[in-house]
Design a protein around this ligand. Structure first.
Ligand code: NAP
Length: 426
């Protein structure tokens, strides 16, 4: 297993919310795989820098790319370049202590922030911005990011708007994450009852009647609609879920140097049940929301990589995980295979499908396997590149150090965020 960072686990380490430690339990399964005979970890080895995909394909019978979706989607609206607009992928990696993004320094939001998009990532961000820093301290959240969020809250961060372009029936978040917002003493989730009602047209009702999950979400959202009357409170921080609203411009602050607000317009839904699209309402007035931070949380994109075919939708053409290219022996699993959707469980099933395809291909290959120089040559080339290869045993030492530092500070772990420091510790 080759990994660019000295630390394994990708999204589990840098994407899963720090206050969802139970989701990270899958690391125990990964540890088990790592202790399987024949498994080796090559951390701090970057594909395309220390070793090429071409070289890997030459030396191994099969190569599986699990490189995820590293790119982020843009809104393509005026003002998006302003200081204070930040993409969710980097923002999440900032508070999760990713070495590439710990220095992000997001702008101070003032009294309000807006998160665009209504997937689970958007809810994670709204929760981390509004939950009590004292409660989050015990998690493995990056300490400097938490201190920054605590300072924003002390400076008056009061409301996080979570803005969805369609109705609640089409929203991408799941009920567990939605319900969770209403379980913290100092967070008040609210929904405008009028917007909730607007979300329901005839096609939506048909969608609703077919989805047990969405039927349950009605109860949760109706409770939040009852909270709407308390929207003026200052004793709790507010998460305001907005529906049928699209951002049309990020507005500058008075001196023009950064974000001062967000202009949104009202949408209506058009199209068949299950395929309803948000279309700007005719005559619908625009509304300006004052905020000093805009977090774009509208999904991820697979980034192109030399040797990886991508179609027009930025998807890898594959059959059961086997990439459809002439040479064969190349596979994909995870978000690079299925696109940037799905929780860990869905990706496990996908990975199993790819592994099954790979094993079937190898066993049906017939004849003599092609002569290959073998993995030891690729290893020699990686080591000759001068990078300090981090083994799984090295990683376990880093992990133990993170736990030791965390215990000293009342946290589950204090992540080491500097690659140079990690390597010096080994
Ligand atoms: P997502 O679930 O695909 O949600 C993206 C959101 O952005 C949708 O609400 C989408 O609305 C909206 N959007 C896209 N383009 C937009 C635009 N131009 N203007 C306004 N809104 C726009 O993506 P995600 O939140 O990044 O999550 C990725 C995956 O990770 C998901 O499968 C998620 O469930 C999973 N995840 C799970 C958890 C968890 O289980 N706790 C936590 C984090 C992530 P439309 O529907 O209208 O396109």
């Amino acid at each position: 297993m080759f990994e660019r960072l000295p630390t394994p686990f990708g999204l589990v380490r840098f994407g899963v919310a720090p206050d969802h430690p139970e989701v990270k339990n899958v690391i125990h399964d990964f540890d088990q795989v790592a202790s399987t005979e024949g498994f080796r970890f090559f951390g701090n080895v970057e594909l395309g820098v220390h070793v090429s995909l071409e070289a890997l394909r030459e030396h191994y019978d099969a190569v599986v790319l699990c490189t995820g979706a590293q790119g982020e989607r843009l809104l393509n609206i005026p003002g998006e370049h302003l200081q204070g607009v930040v993409g969710a992928p980097h923002f999440v990696q900032w508070y999760n202590g990713h070495p590439d993004h710990v220095a992000l320094r997001p702008q101070r939001p003032g009294s309000a922030a807006a998160v665009i998009g209504q997937g689970n990532v958007a809810l994670d961000i709204a929760r981390i911005l509004t939950r009590s820093p004292e409660e989050l301290h015990a998690t493995d959240i990056h300490g400097a990011a938490l201190a920054q969020i605590a300072a924003w809250q002390r400076d008056g961060l009061q409301t996080v708007h979570v803005i969805g372009r369609r109705g609640f029936i089409q929203a991408a978040f799941t009920n567990k994450e939605l319900r969770e917002l209403d379980t913290y003493d100092d967070v008040l989730p609210i929904v405008d009852p009028a917007e909730l009602a607007l979300s329901r047209n005839a096609a939506s009702e048909q969608e609703l009647s077919k989805s047990r999950m969405k039927k349950r979400s009605v109860d949760i959202l109706e409770k939040m609609a009852r909270n709407f009357a308390d929207r003026g409170t200052t004793s709790k921080r507010i998460v305001h879920l907005r529906f049928l609203s699209s951002p049309c411009e990020v507005l500058p602050s008075e001196d023009g140097s950064s974000v001062g607000g967000l202009r949104i317009h009202r949408n209506e839904l058009q199209g068949e049940p299950g395929q309803q699209a948000a279309v700007r309402s005719s005559g619908g007035e625009a509304e300006d929301i004052a905020c000093g931070m805009v977090v774009r949380s509208v999904g991820f994109d697979i980034t192109p990589m030399e040797g990886l075919p991508l179609d027009g939708r930025k998807r890898v053409p594959h059959k059961q995980g086997r990439v459809e290219d002439a040479a064969g022996g190349l596979y994909v699993a995870g978000w690079v295979k299925r696109g940037p959707t799905g929780i860990i469980a869905s990706n496990i099933a996908d990975a199993q499908e790819t592994a099954g395809r790979l094993l079937a291909d190898l066993s049906s290959r017939g004849g003599d396997p092609p002569a290959r120089a073998g993995p030891s040559e690729v290893e020699a080339a990686v080591r000759a590149s001068g990078t300090r290869v981090v083994s799984y045993e090295d990683w376990r030492r880093l992990e133990a150090e993170e736990r030791r530092r965390g215990e000293a500070d009342g946290k589950s772990a204090a992540k080491i965020t500097d690659v140079g420091e990690m390597l010096r510790l080994l």
